[in-house]
Ligand binder design. Structure first.
Ligand code: NAD
Ligand code: MG
Length: 405
């Protein structure tokens, strides 16, 4: 067998981070954990360091770092703790990192994922916000530096598995030329429809954070769970798909499929459709990315076809889910509008989780932010981050106005 793969997990304490580590536990001879990062969960990161003995652990803030350091030393663990601003990029680009799992939530994951792309690392990309806010910049950097970008998001991973072999090969080797458009008719990503698919519209006002973070099919972090309930998640995923596969928007179909068994499909011009199916568990796409080009066990129970009742599909209702419409709008407008959409969504979702705005106001905050912000272009990371920051300020102001009204 080849040499052990060194992996850095950005966002190790989160839902994707945990699922990744769950698979790595099964393969101590194949992978070794080089670095683990978390935002503020000292104890959790401490536990993970004890289990996986990474060379580095990254946490936010001096105080957290001191606590973590003390904890590790008291247990005889010699993992080095970092907390400086560039620590995430440092571990993501370190010469001993072979693979980066980019699983930080939100725009906070952009800089370190981008740094990994510029260093030509193999990137297992869970952080869809990276592709939404700066997908063109990110993919350009990845292609220039031959960084393979492997989609962890289940729908994109499913589509990836059903693409023409030549394209899969290019993507897996960091030499994707964007040659997909003329090889396929379209791709299709499915959506469970979230928790409120059948909730009467007049009850949307009363949806609480507690209700929104409960997903019927997937177990995920809080932000993405709310995004699923507004269907912004699917909106972000359409933009993610456009950037990742370098396809125009009209080549991407979305279908509501409440059973979440088929995750993604590719339509070919001869009328054939290839689909990827599986139990809704993120360990399936994660194991697929980790194992490539081989298949490795994910620990997920085999899908029992005879326990399935039916598989159904229908069109998303943009009236019920205005966030999805806004994402389509942002994609059509182009430029920095997807970045603005993403930033406003993060601010609105955080305000909703903090009981500052109602569920129905999430879309309103985003729509108004998109109206108030000029659409421009960003040719570099500094400009992009500035636009992200401005959009956050604009969204915050709109929230304050809502609260004052
Ligand atoms: P999560 O909230 O469970 O975990 C987020 C991780 O990011 C944690 O480790 C946290 O400590 C870290 N983090 C948060 N803010 C940070 C900051 N400012 N700086 C550095 N680190 C920070 O989220 P998750 O559900 O694991 O999702 C992670 C990413 O994967 C998201 O972009 C999400 O859209 C994507 N994703 C998740 C799922 C899923 O099933 N959970 C599926 C598809 C895609
Ligand atoms: Mg998804």
């Amino acid at each position: 067998m080849n040499k052990k793969q060194n992996i850095t997990i950005l966002g190790a304490s989160g839902s994707i981070g945990q699922s990744t580590l769950d698979i790595l536990r099964r393969y101590p001879d194949r992978f070794s954990v080089f670095a683990l990062t978390a935002y503020s969960q000292v104890e959790k990161l401490g536990d993970l360091c004890m289990q996986f003995s990474p060379q580095y652990a990254v946490i936010n803030g001096e105080e957290n770092a001191e606590k973590l350091n003390k904890l590790l030393k008291s247990k005889g663990c010699d993992t080095q703790v970092l907390c400086k601003e560039d620590a995430l990029s440092f571990v993501a680009t370190h010469k001993d990192t072979d693979m980066v799992m980019a699983a930080i939530v939100g725009a906070a994951g952009f800089v370190s994922a981008f740094a990994a792309a510029e260093c030509g690392k193999k990137i297992l990309l869970a952080n869809k916000e990276t592709l939404v806010m700066g997908g063109e910049l990110f993919m350009r950097a990845a292609n220039t530096h031959h960084a393979a970008v492997l989609p962890v998001d289940s729908e994109h991973n499913a589509v990836f598995q059903t693409l023409p072999e030549s394209v899969r090969h290019e993507m897996a080797n960091g030499v994707f030329s964007g040659s997909l458009n003329d090889k396929i008719a379209s791709i299709l990503i499915t959506a469970s429809g979230g928790s409120f698919l059948h909730t009467p519209l007049n009850e949307f006002e009363k949806i609480t954070p507690q209700m929104a973070v409960k997903h019927p099919k997937w177990s995920m972090g809080r932000k993405i769970s709310v995004d699923s309930s507004t269907m912004m998640n699917k909106g972000l995923e359409v933009i993610e798909a456009c950037r990742l596969f370098m396809l125009p928007a009209d080549k991407i179909e979305v279908a509501i499929h409440p059973q979440s068994i088929i995750h993604g499909m590719t339509r070919y011009t001869d009328g054939s459709i290839l689909a990827q199916l599986g139990t809704p568990d993120m360990r399936v796409p994660i194991a697929h990315c980790l194992g490539l080009p081989e298949r490795i066990a994910s620990g997920v129970a085999a899908l029992d076809f005879f326990a399935l009742d039916k598989l159904t599909f229908h069109r998303p209702d943009l009236q019920r889910f205005p966030c999805l419409r806004l994402a389509f709008d942002a994609l059509k407008i182009g430029g920095t509008m997807p970045c603005i959409l993403n930033a406003a969504n993060e601010i609105a979702v955080a305000a909703f989780l903090d009981n500052q705005i109602r569920f129905t106001q999430i879309a309103q905050v985003i729509e108004k932010t998109m109206e108030n912000m000029p659409n421009t272009t960003a040719d570099n990371v500094a400009d992009l981050l500035q636009i992200d920051k401005n959009a956050r300020i604009a969204a915050d102001e709109i929230i304050k106005k809502f609260q004052a009204a």
